[in-house]
Design a protein around this ligand. Structure first.
Ligand SMILES: Nc1nc2c(ncn2[C@@H]2O[C@H](COP(=O)(O)OP(=O)(O)OP(=O)(O)O)[C@@H](O)[C@H]2O)c(=O)[nH]1
Ligand SMILES: [Mg+2]
Ligand SMILES: [Zn+2]
Length: 309
């Protein structure tokens, strides 16, 4: 633990429970602590937060949350901003091709949310041991082509079952704090367990009838991997909502649009059905992947319908 003053110790929040929190201190050990009531008047702690703690008797008390460097945010089902985790270097979007089936809309929303908060993002395609059919292999190549080749996001195809591809990921993330997001059952907790052998977190089999996950992880948890690397596991999401991103800023959340912005006939072009749109033209020439452009149009439509309700 870093000594900030004689009796103040800086720790990192690992998880939030009903009665208190778990904090990570020196040598990556986990300790339970209570949170001083005054903190909740300003903000709620989240995994990844750096906090000042004081030992009172034999009870560790969190007294202050240090200013946050970066956060990943989503819109909750109640329409409120939900800060998922703080002080992050990268977002890992964990998906699979089948079991559960790939939904590129999820990836595009999570990428937009990462861009909105200026966070680096990468895609983990887990369960490549199950990618056997021609159709699944085609989907995997498409993910690599659309996201890695078309938008410069790192893509890590891997298998937590066989371990294939995991070393390359581990090599690239050394020293970083990462938060994982993805649909239930994609294998986020399995990845944390693979990278931290002995980790006591539950993984859950998919529902065999629906091929969907069963929402096994119920609260986010920061897992120290050693070497200053921290991986934050989170509960699976049905959808990554991005209603908090203003409509006129969505275009900035698609980095491959950037060379074309400002080149449309209309200065305030929304890149939907306006004539002389440079983004649409780039899409029809194949310079912007159609799937990504269509996601953008869908998000714009959702946002415009939402704001007129
Ligand atoms: N075949 C195969 N199965 C895997 C792989 N990784 C994970 N699984 C299985 O997928 C299921 C779901 O894994 P979890 O790690 O619990 O998934 P999760 O993303 O944490 O799910 P939630 O906590 O519900 O969000 C478990 O039965 C795992 O054993 C893999 O690479 N290949
Ligand atoms: Mg899990
Ligand atoms: Zn345009």
């Amino acid at each position: 633990m870093t000594k900030a003053a004689s009796d103040v110790t800086v720790c990192r929040i690992s998880s939030i429970g009903k009665r208190g929190v778990l904090v990570i201190g020196k040598d990556d050990e986990e300790t339970s602590a209570v949170v001083a009531g005054s903190i909740y008047q300003s903000m709620k702690p989240v995994p990844g937060d750096r906090v000042e703690t004081v030992l009172k008797g034999d009870q560790l008390v969190v007294e202050r949350i240090l200013p946050r460097g970066s956060v990943l945010e989503r819109t909750s089902p109640l329409g409120k901003s939900h800060i998922i985790a703080a002080n992050l270097d990268r977002v890992l979007i964990v998906v699979s091709i089948s079991d559960p089936p790939l939904r590129t809309g999820f990836i595009d929303r999570a990428l937009a949310a990462s861009e909105w908060r200026s966070l680096k993002a990468s895609i983990v395609v887990n369960k490549i041991d199950l990618v056997l059919s021609r159709e699944d292999r085609r989907l995997l190549s498409e993910v690599i082509s659309v996201y890695r080749d078309g938008a410069a996001y790192p893509v890590y195809p891997l298998s937590c079952e066989s371990g294939e591809g995991c070393a390359a990921l581990l090599e690239d993330i050394r020293g970083e704090t990462l938060v994982m997001t993805g649909p239930s059952g994609a294998g986020k907790t399995s990845l944390a367990r693979l990278l931290k052998p002995g980790l006591n977190l539950r993984v859950g089999a998919l529902n065999p009838k629906t091929s969907k996950g069963r929402h096994t992880t119920v609260s986010a948890r920061l897992v120290p991997l050693g070497d200053g690397t921290s991986l934050i596991d989170t509960p699976g999401l049905r959808m990554f909502s991005i209603e908090h991103i203003p409509t006129d800023r969505l275009q900035d959340c698609f980095p491959e649009f950037e060379p074309y912005l400002g080149r449309c006939s209309f200065r305030n072009c929304r890149h939907l059905s306006e004539p002389g749109c440079a983004v649409k033209e780039a899409c029809s020439q194949g310079a912007v992947a159609e799937q990504r452009y269509l996601s953008y149009c869908g998000f714009m439509k959702d946002a415009m319908e939402g704001s007129s309700r």
